[in-house]
Ligand binder design. Structure first.
Ligand code: R5P
Length: 286
């Protein structure tokens, strides 16, 4: 039985189809004082040993919903509750970067752990966050899926990551596409919305470029990369990522920068979510 958080309904449905498992009916309510109530009426009657709660923690409310749905599954008495975090919120806060700061990724992992026997999460910013859970937690790699929506006629493509940390994503996307070079820029983050980028000597002039990353949040990283590629006379520039958060004006910012298309997966459900990670999650659950 698949139980979906409100922000992950499309992926949960895809996953139910992949696994040929039922999709629970779920209700999301809010009390007048603002408290949430996410529930799965009828699950207690279902005959199954495993509940799979699928919820991207894209907001504080989504975190709360997840805890409630895990608890509902425990109440129902199944022998295994698997928690799938297609996108793990707060994962980028994986250290106390200044004195007095929390390790927020650890705090949320500790909160999620009691309700789960096993956790799966797709391309967390650093795989080490899986160590913060108090139950077995596995990172899943969906980067190969990023090749799926790309046009078949890319001209002498370069798969480029905006920093060295995302090079494995560019490589996986290139490998899945089947041809092309791989390169990366050097990035220095100046603030939450500003980045400075040092280009590599990658030959991009006249070539199609696919810029790949784990997440597009404010779009600052990608728009800086696109501006450099434009200066260097790249042909078409596509941007693609596993987690299309696309906060605030990120989509418009990238469109204005002149990208050919913006693609992402359904770990975060957005208009750019052109490809599903359901096959990757399903493989881990079979
Ligand atoms: C950082 O290292 C990540 O891989 C992303 O490049 C970054 O978080 C994207 O954020 P933004 O879209 O706000 O630049």
């Amino acid at each position: 039985m698949i139980i979906s958080g409100s922000a992950s309904q499309v992926l949960a449905a895809e996953l139910a189809a992949e696994l040929d498992e039922p999709l629970a009916s779920v209700e999301y309510d809010r009390f007048p004082d603002g408290e949430l109530l996410a529930s799965a009426p009828g699950v207690a009657e279902a005959e199954t040993d495993r509940a799979i709660v699928v919820a991207s923690t894209v907001s504080s409310d989504a975190h709360l919903e997840l805890l409630q749905l895990q608890d509902a599954a425990r109440e129902w008495g199944v022998s295994e509750v698997v928690t799938v975090l297609p996108y793990m919120g707060y994962a980028r806060q994986d250290d106390a970067f200044e004195s007095g700061h929390p390790v927020s990724a650890r705090a949320v992992a500790r909160a999620i752990s009691p309700g789960a026997d096993r956790v799966l999460t797709v391309n967390p910013h650093e795989e080490s966050v899986c160590g913060f859970f108090e139950v077995p937690a596995e990172p899943l790699d969906a980067a190969g899926r990023l090749a799926d929506p790309l046009p078949a006629d890319l001209d002498d493509p370069v798969f480029l990551s905006p920093d060295e940390g995302a090079l494995d994503i560019a490589t996986a996307a290139r490998d899945a596409y089947g041809r092309g070079a791989v390169d990366y820029f050097e990035k220095t983050r100046l603030s939450g919305t500003e980045v400075e980028m040092t280009p590599s000597d990658a030959a991009v002039s006249g070539r199609d470029v696919v810029v790949t990353d784990d997440i597009i949040a404010t779009g600052s990283t990608m728009s800086e990369a696109v501006a450099l590629l434009r200066e260097r006379a790249a042909a078409r520039v596509f941007v693609t990522c596993v987690h299309p958060m696309l906060a605030a004006d990120a989509y418009a910012k990238l469109s204005r920068a002149g990208v050919e298309a913006i693609y992402g997966t359904d770990t975060i459900e957005r208009p750019a979510s052109e490809v599903s990670v359901a096959p990757v999650v399903a493989d881990a659950l079979r």
